[in-house]
Design a protein around this ligand. Structure first.
Ligand code: SF4
Length: 111
């Protein structure tokens, strides 16, 4: 099975390399992110400095989010669920540690 750190690195690298999706300014230092192939939400970012491991994001979208050994959430597969589910998962986070952006780097959630 793929190591969690490898999944985080892979998804971060794909997101950073995607020149069609603008990188937002002021992203947190420790993030796990993923970019989607279509829809209004193009970048999903978990602020791992804010995450408290409460896990509702995993309950709402287990194919999108999981928590690692340190109980910090990470993006598993940004294209595993639909846009509505991405948003519901972000809204479920009690500390608003999941940030959503459009393709131009504008923050969609929280807003
Ligand atoms: S819901 Fe928020 S605090 Fe809980 S694991 Fe997910 S990102 Fe972390």
């Amino acid at each position: 099975m793929e190591d969690v750190q490898d999944i985080i690195k892979k998804n971060n690298a794909i997101a950073e390399a995607d020149s069609l999706i603008v990188t937002p300014k002021n992203l947190p230092d420790d993030i796990s992110q993923g970019v989607t192939k279509e829809g209004a939400i193009r970048r999903i970012v978990v602020d791992r400095t804010a995450c408290i491991g409460a896990r509702p994001c995993v309950v709402v979208a287990e194919k999108l989010f999981q928590v690692d050994d340190e109980n910090l959430a990470y993006v598993v597969d940004p294209n595993a669920v639909d846009q509505e589910t991405i948003r519901m998962a972000a809204e479920s986070c009690p500390v608003l540690a999941i940030l959503l952006y459009d393709k131009d780097g504008n923050q969609i959630f929280p807003n």
